[in-house]
Design a binder for this molecule. Structure first.
Ligand code: ADP
Ligand code: SF4
Length: 689
């Protein structure tokens, strides 16, 4: 059972009139589903309740139709009609005694109102600040607008109560909530009693909290999520000014929820931020108030959590990503199962679900957002089907997850790996600069597999089809990964590009297995995720002079979705990498490349002793194809099924591979769905004509 040193994490704590059963606090987090997938989002929160969280929040909820952040899909509470879907969520949150919280957001200078076509309202008339630089400006709130806005907050609070919530979080962090916009000099340039001095800039939040307290404060706790630092010094709301604000308003909310001034800073990936990265900004704040304090920092270690509480830094341990990667984190601490915690790797793939308005995934937890759509539970598998044995070939993220999920279903599993170590691409990539935490994808699964009697792992076992046919396994799961292409085919080139015979071409696989070029190296990045940028860092550190050429307007373009693109650009610039944007590579010679402008086609020569080709990947499906050719002999060999999945089927990010492995395991021996959808979805009910 529980180690007594973690007892402190399980102490009940009051938040205004309500009490949380422990200190595990799931702060608001997006999920890409929101109002489009309300039952999926509600079921996901319900799993957190089962996993033991003391407080569970919604994602941001647009509390009035005059401020919304289309195209991003969050929640809406614009009228009574919105109550039932939020009530579904609060009910799920409360199933195991957690407090249910709703985050009310008025987006102000962050809401372009592309859907409602309302004129945005903000403290001052300034351009809307969004990821997409929408060409829209806000109008400054008049005093009468401010009175309206106060009333809208009260209406939203009353609706939140009707929807069954215990807690209201007023959003004033990440640049996304109006309370920050009023508090910060950067967005509040008013000359009336709501602008100027800190006391004036704090007037609005004081008024709203007083109004809400009058309306629902007897039964609901009111929390304020406030910016720790906007990192623009005196021009914005600094950490020093936040401290002054809290000192002046010691007991304003029932709990202070401290988060960074930009989302990029708050949810930094592990490549750039350690666990508890905000400690310095938070330390000492608790002494300024008599109210409890929650903070975040990708906390996955219960020892770090205990340190945060014992040192008087935090009262509640705020988690978003750690609660996604392992919704059962509190329960595992409670049951003394620390080694079973599936730690977040800090890859920020979950955030890409929101950024791409799709639905979120998690690299570590493939069941995330599939709790309702597919009925997947993070800790429970469906019962075993008819067959008994599975040979999983390849121990990358796809094979490892498949093996782990299959053995929990009760199959006898053999995992064969060609190399001397398991983990496939995860093992290789976790040795690249900044990516060591990604090794957790392997570590968690390897540890779990080694605890199980029904799994055997065979290293140094590159299997051929003939061998597979001899072994007598009923199901063959082929997860043999992918290989980076050397010929440049990706997006710019649909056929191999002209490459001189004496040109030295390297692929990411070469670099990851220790074969590095030196001298002047051109990295050609037509992949656009992290690999090109990470390899630039690796090569500079190994002494090469690096030029990174990409047809995109951004280096590591897709990392805009993982909130790290700007940091990657700055890191490479600091390292002296020459970044060449909007240019492709059309030809490679022994000592140079010819690059074209993607707009005009004008060419330019860049010297290159070697070229690293970060283009696309080809699935390693030779073994699978060989097995398919022998289909007529399967029955004699006792084989019932052969399936290809993961990067070998179609290369993608690691999260795609763990999902594919999990799906394979769930569906083995399952019914043939024919042409039917493999997941549930929700369709908006048609309005009466
Ligand atoms: P994924 O991301 O789909 O899991 P990886 O490339 O990470 O793919 O992992 C594939 C793993 O499969 C690698 O570790 C590789 O060594 C292994 N592998 C490839 N072919 C064979 C084979 N014929 N027999 C055993 N293991 C193989
Ligand atoms: Fe953590 Fe990555 Fe999962 Fe997000 S997707 S919770 S960052 S492991």
């Amino acid at each position: 059972m529980r180690d007594p040193r973690y007892d402190i994490l399980f102490e009940p704590m009051a938040i205004g009139p309500v009490t949380a059963k422990n200190r595990f606090y799931q702060v608001p987090h997006c999920n890409g589903g929101g109002y489009r997938d309300p039952s999926a989002a509600a079921a996901m929160r319900g799993i957190k309740a089962e996993g033991g969280w003391g407080v569970i929040f919604t994602e941001q909820c647009e509390m009035h139709h005059t401020s919304e952040i289309t195209p991003f899909i969050e929640l809406r509470l614009w009228e009574d009609k919105d109550i039932p879907q939020l009530q579904r969520m609060s009910e799920k949150m409360k199933t195991h005694g957690a407090l249910a919280g709703i985050q009310l957001a008025y987006s102000g200078i962050n809401g372009p109102n592309l859907y409602t076509k309302e004129v945005p309202l903000a403290p001052s008339a300034l351009p809307i600040r969004t990821f997409t630089n929408d060409p829209v400006q806000a109008r400054a709130l008049t005093k009468s607008d401010i009175r309206d806005l106060r009333r809208w907050f009260v209406n939203a609070a009353k609706r939140s109560k009707l929807a069954g919530f215990d807690l209201i979080c007023l959003y004033g962090a990440h640049g996304f909530g109006i309370f920050q916009h009023f508090l910060s000099r950067a967005t509040n340039q008013r000359s009336d009693e709501y602008g100027g001095s800190l006391e004036n800039r704090a007037r609005f939040v004081n008024e709203v909290i007083a109004d809400i307290r009058d309306a629902v404060g007897d039964s609901m706790g009111i929390t304020l999520r406030v910016s720790l630092d906007e990192t623009i010094g005196e021009l914005g709301f600094s950490n020093a000014e936040l401290r002054e604000f809290i000192e002046m308003n010691r007991d304003l909310p029932d709990l202070w929820d401290l988060a960074q001034g930009t989302w990029e800073d708050c949810s930094g990936p592990s490549r750039f931020k350690e666990e508890a990265a905000q400690e310095q900004l938070v330390t000492g704040i608790r002494a300024l108030t008599s109210k409890p304090v929650v903070g975040v920092g990708r906390f996955t270690s219960p020892d770090v959590m205990v340190r945060m509480v014992k040192s008087g830094t935090l009262d509640f341990i705020g988690c978003a990503r750690p609660s996604i990667a392992d919704p059962f984190l509190p329960k595992k601490v409670e049951e003394g199962r620390i080694d079973d915690i599936r730690e977040c790797i800090g890859c920020n793939i979950c955030i890409t679900g929101d950024m791409t308005m799709s639905i979120s995934r998690c690299t570590q937890n493939p069941t995330f957002m599939e709790e309702w759509r597919k009925g997947w539970h993070p800790e429970q598998m469906n019962p075993k089907g008819e067959s008994e044995t599975v040979l999983v070939i390849g121990s990358g993220p796809a094979g490892l997850e498949a093996a782990w999920a299959l053995c929990r279903r009760g199959y006898d599993v053999a995992l064969a790996e060609a190399r001397m170590e398991i983990g496939g691409r995860v093992t290789l990539e976790s040795r690249l600069p900044g990516l060591s935490a990604w090794g957790r994808v392997r570590d968690y699964r390897e540890y779990q597999l080694r605890q199980r009697p029904n799994v055997e792992i065979y290293l140094d076992s590159a299997l051929s089809a003939a061998e597979v046919m001899e072994f007598g396994f009923q199901n063959i799961a082929v997860a043999t990964g992918a290989t980076w292409r050397r010929d440049g085919v990706a997006r710019q080139h649909v056929v191999p590009m002209p490459i001189a015979e004496d040109a030295r071409i390297y692929t990411p696989d070469d670099l990851m297995t220790g074969t590095l070029p030196g001298g002047e190296v051109v990295i050609y990045d037509d992949d656009h995720y992290y690999m090109g940028g990470v390899l630039a860092e690796l090569l500079v550190k190994a002494g090469a002079k690096v030029t990174l050429i990409t047809p995109s307007a951004f280096v590591s373009d897709w990392t805009n979705n993982t909130l790290e693109q700007a940091t990657i650009h700055a890191r490479l610039d600091d390292l002296g990498v020459e970044i060449v944007l909007n240019r492709g590579v059309t030809q490679i010679a022994a000592d140079h490349v010819i690059s074209n402008c993607v707009y005009t086609g004008k060419t330019r020569v860049y010297p290159a002793d070697a070229v690293v080709m970060v283009a696309s990947r080809t699935g390693n499906d030779a073994l699978y194809q060989d097995l398919m050719l022998r289909q007529a002999d399967w029955a004699d060999a006792g084989i019932r099924s052969v399936k290809l999945f993961g990067d070998a089927e179609a290369a993608g990010p690691i999260a795609w591979a763990t999902y594919a492995g999990h799906r394979y395991a769930r569906e083995l021996d399952g019914p043939d769905l024919g042409d039917a959808l493999s997941f549930r979805r929700e369709i908006t009910e048609l309005a009466a004509q």
